[in-house]
Write a protein that binds this ligand. Structure first.
Ligand code: 8DG
Length: 133
């Protein structure tokens, strides 16, 4: 079994909405709405990986103390087992500018079930609703 470590972030705006991004064409799970993030490189700290991914994907600057762990996903995909911590972040610098042309949306936590998300993400929604309403 291959264990894949991915870090993801619920960016929360002043109105308590969460950012979701649509996976670009050509990638695995293309078209599904996900929390921004990505794979942890070998030797990389999870928080550093997330800070790097948020800069690469969305052009924002996040500082490690602004990343609060909320919950995690543990999901068996056919090719690998995904272990994905989900952080919450309310403070960043810059404006969200999707670098790969991904569509992004600010959504209410209670509306997240309306979006097609990867199967691993389903258990992440309840803790977000508990936190954000
Ligand atoms: N970022 C993110 N990935 C997720 C979520 N849910 C979920 O199952 N995944 C899976 C999809 C992928 O198999 C994996 C993330 O890999 P990725 O391909 O986006 O990572 P990456 O940005 O490092 O991609 P790359 O450099 O390999 O192109 O985690 C989610 O909410 N956010």
């Amino acid at each position: 079994m291959k264990l894949l470590l991915v870090v993801a972030c619920a960016l929360v705006d002043a109105d308590n909405r969460v950012l979701i991004a649509q996976r670009p064409e050509g990638k695995q799970l293309a078209g599904l709405w996900e929390f921004p993030g990505g794979k942890i490189d070998p030797g990389e700290r999870p928080e550093d990986a997330l800070i790097r991914e948020l800069a690469e994907e969305l052009g924002i600057t996040v500082k490690a103390p602004c990343l609060a762990p909320l919950t995690f996903a543990s999901h068996a995909y056919e090719e690998f087992h995904l272990l994905m911590p989900l952080y919450v972040c309310r403070k960043w610098e810059g404006f969200v500018t999707p670098a790969e042309g991904q569509a992004v949306k600010w959504a209410r936590a209670r509306d997240l079930r309306k979006y097609d998300m990867p199967p691993a993400d389903a258990p992440l929604i309840a803790p977000l609703i508990d936190l954000l309403g």
